[in-house]
Design a protein around this ligand. Structure first.
Ligand code: CDP
Length: 212
């Protein structure tokens, strides 16, 4: 079984994807890490993030064994990742790895922006996880404060909206729900309620196909 989970920053898709994978015994790939790793490698080489040739070179030589680098989770890298993620050659270079992962023997959950539309259009279940920009900014702001970082709510909201525009507005694989995706709005749901809803959707879908 392949579960595709897409959605914008701080929608809760990462936490959901992890829990769904554990619940159904599936492998999990956070595909944002791929674009974060490309951005890290471009920076480490002292090249510009919006230099398409430099980003394509970094994508072509990406070492997937470095995806567990804790530095990739650095919140600032999300913005950098969205810059290299606009470049078609970068996206193309990430496809084989993602599709091979999706074929994991035990099945897989992949979360990102274009899993249901481009990477795995034949996924068994597609979820598009959203929440209003205000709610997502509140979540990110709370996380930052908890980590002891100085950040205003307005700056976090601005960051989220800029990234939404970049991800949804790009020509190559823009972030959008697949036509057959289940829309899960978590604006008024805590993680438990969102998880219960997602498990129900997956069980129904897979049950219908007799492959539960
Ligand atoms: O965790 P957060 O949502 O902040 O970021 P992420 O999922 O790690 O993704 C970082 C950036 O990578 C996104 O803003 C997208 O521009 C890009 N990305 C993408 O284009 N396609 C994906 N499948 C995953 C991430």
């Amino acid at each position: 079984m392949i579960v595709a989970i897409d959605g914008p920053a701080a929608s809760g898709k990462g936490t959901l994807a992890k829990r769904i994978a554990a619940h159904f015994g599936l492998a999990h790939l956070d595909t944002g890490l791929l674009y974060r790793a490309v951005a890290r490698d471009v920076r480490n080489r002292g090249e510009a993030l919006d230099d398409a040739a430099a980003a394509a070179r970094a994508a072509g030589s990406l070492d997937p064994t470095t995806l567990d680098d804790p530095a990739l989770r650095d919140p600032g890298l999300g913005e950098a990742a969205s810059i290299v993620a606009r470049i078609p050659q970068v996206r193309a270079a990430m496809l084989d790895y993602q599709r091979a992962f999706a074929r994991s023997e035990q099945g897989a959950v992949l979360d990102g922006r274009d899993i249901g539309t481009v990477v795995c259009p034949d996924a068994d279940v597609k979820l598009f996880v959203t929440a209003t920009a205000k709610v997502r900014a509140e979540r990110r702001h709370r996380e930052k404060i908890a980590r002891g970082e100085a950040a205003t709510f307005e700056a976090v909201l601005d960051d989220i909206q800029r990234r939404d525009r970049r991800d949804a507005g790009r020509a190559a694989s823009p972030m959008r729900p697949a036509a057959d995706a289940f829309l899960l709005d978590t604006s008024n749901l805590d993680i438990e309620a969102a998880f219960d809803t997602a498990v129900g959707v997956i069980a129904r879908k897979v049950g219908q196909r007799g492959r539960c």
